[in-house]
Design a protein. Sequence first.
Length: 113
Amino acid sequence: MTDISAEDRKLVTLARATRSRTGGPEGAALRDSDGRTYAAATVALPSLQVSALGVCVAMAVSSGSRGLEAAVLLTDNEGVSPFDLDVLRDFGGEGVTVHVGDPRGTISRSQTT
């Protein structure tokens, strides 16, 4: 795992556990500006498709959160999709750190919105 804070390592644990529990292709977690955390997996129903990060942002927004500190995405894909980066930027603004890793929770890189 790359050098990330203890608080961000907690997000990795939440994302890994959620992905493992659901068997989804992605697990994500984020911490809002009040310190609350949200974890989710990809939703892939015939009538509804939402990325794991999208679900996390929707949960935070619907809970009354007003900002974002950090996010984690665990995926087999190359990284964060442009759509998800836009969603994170819309919610958290510029400069939010997103840690990206494999489904085991090994963080390979970090990027900012």
